[in-house]
Design a protein around this ligand. Structure first.
Ligand code: AMP
Length: 418
């Protein structure tokens, strides 16, 4: 199906094809006409589904047909959970508007960098502002921007916005917007908090549900490798050598681990770097550029730092430490297999986190086969569940929790396999 059949003008269809998009993804096919018709939209779309272009293309078309921003005013406001995502949306807008008869003024604002250049950039107003909520409020407090002319609001990765504790900031921003506007809400998952937000915000929205299998990135091979915690770095090096991955994103649970694992890889001659919340904006930009260009092979990152990053042709994501939640798992693995390219997501599971991984599988309605790599077979047995009926007959008065039962099941499954 060509992009023009979605109602996009030849100029915007050309912009999509200039990006190498051969055909619309599922979320684009559904969202573009709905946005162009002026509907509010409530879309479930995973990262990697092409959701950014699904709203950027029609927004650019609407802007081309309409007026330009007045000083210190924004017309379209896009709220995003992280600076990386904000920067990426800014890039997408700039790229998609390259060949247009005129280009919108796009302002990207996020915290962690000096506010002054952002204030300067907003002086003449901005047609489209892509912002993280905290910095947006700072700019409003400095009178650098007014929201009274916003006619379109986009909440992208709404679940992350709420997960990251932006609920208050969001409410404060929403209170400053004019009542009549078009609202688009995109979210990978729909926990009750996102439902409540959607109810409050959207006016008879068109509901778009893109099943993960319909996304542009269905082809992620998920693998689970059992390994002792102390041998994960060795296994990582082994996999890098044997799989020929030219770049890899490795997730760890803490800043300390990011530095430690990256340091060990460097010491072993691997081109690796760490990415975490202590990195300056400049460092983040640099390591991402280095990974994209191939100067780096491995980026060892924490969840917060890696959220929203888009690395083209990333063949593999490795969960060195497991994510805390199933939602984080979805986000992590969505960094590979972007827009139709295949990818692998490998999770290292050691005895102490086997039960936790089972919980993730349960929520994802998955059951993945456990692999063992010759030479790296685990020797540490699963930790017995606290209060489990051991030889002593169990602890009197303590009922097994659901987690305890899962831990036991995991230990038993492991014993059977081994
Ligand atoms: P997103 O889900 O917006 O993060 O997009 C993920 C990736 O898909 C980005 O690298 C986009 O450039 C790419 N993409 C978006 N739309 C298409 C399309 N129609 N065909 C191929 N790739 C696309």
């Amino acid at each position: 199906m060509p992009f023009t059949s979605l109602g996009l003008s030849p100029a915007l269809a050309q912009a999509a094809s200039d990006q190498g998009y051969l055909a619309p993804t599922a979320v684009q096919s559904a969202a573009v006409p709905a946005v162009l018709q002026g509907h509010d939209v409530l879309a479930t779309a995973q990262t990697g589904s092409g959701k950014t272009a699904a709203y950027c293309l029609p927004l650019l078309q609407q802007w081309l047909a309409g007026r330009q921003a007045a000083p210190r005013q924004a017309q379209t406001l896009i709220l995003l959970p992280t600076r990386e995502l904000a920067a990426q949306v800014g890039d997408a807008l700039r790229q998609l508007s390259q060949g247009l008869p005129r280009r919108p003024k796009v302002a990207v604002v996020f915290g962690g960098v000096s506010i002054n250049p952002q204030m300067m950039a907003l002086r003449g107003g901005a047609d489209i502002v892509a912002a993280t909520p905290g910095r947006l409020l700072d700019l409003l407090a400095h009178n650098a921007l007014r929201l009274s002319a916003v006619d379109t609001l986009v909440l992208d990765e709404a679940d992350r916005l709420l997960d990251l504790g932006f609920a208050d900031e969001l409410s404060r921003v929403l209170a400053l917007l004019p009542p009549y506007r078009q609202n688009l809400l995109f979210s990978a998952t729909f926990p009750p908090a996102v439902h409540a937000l959607a109810e409050r915000l959207l006016n008879q929205p068109q509901r778009i549900d893109i099943a993960p299998g319909d996304t542009a990135a269905p082809d992620i091979r998920q693998r689970v490798i059992e390994v002792d915690a102390g041998r994960r770095t060795m296994l990582l090096r082994h996999l890098l050598q044997t799989h020929g991955w030219d770049r890899a994103l490795v997730f760890v649970a803490s800043r300390h681990n990011a530095d430690r694992v990256a340091g060990k890889l460097q010491a072993a001659g691997v081109r690796a770097a760490a990415l975490h919340g202590d990195c300056s904006q400049g460092q983040r930009g640099q390591v991402l550029a280095d990974l994209k260009s191939g100067r780096l092979q491995v980026l060892v990152a924490t969840d917060v730092a890696a959220r929203g990053i888009d690395i083209a042709r990333l063949p593999v994501v490795i969960n060195y430490d497991l994510p805390r939640s199933p939602v984080d798992y979805t986000h992590r693995i969505g960094r590979t297999g972007r827009a139709g390219a295949g990818g692998e997501a490998v999770s290292f599971v050691s005895a102490d986190c086997a039960a936790h991984f089972q919980l993730i599988e349960k929520r994802q309605r998955l059951r993945l086969p456990r692999e063992r790599i010759p030479g790296f077979e685990p020797v540490v047995a699963a930790i017995p569940a606290p209060g489990a009926a051991a030889d002593n007959g169990g602890v009197k008065g303590k009922r097994k929790s659901k987690k305890d039962k899962l831990r036991e099941a995991a230990a038993q499954a492991q014993a059977e396999q081994g």
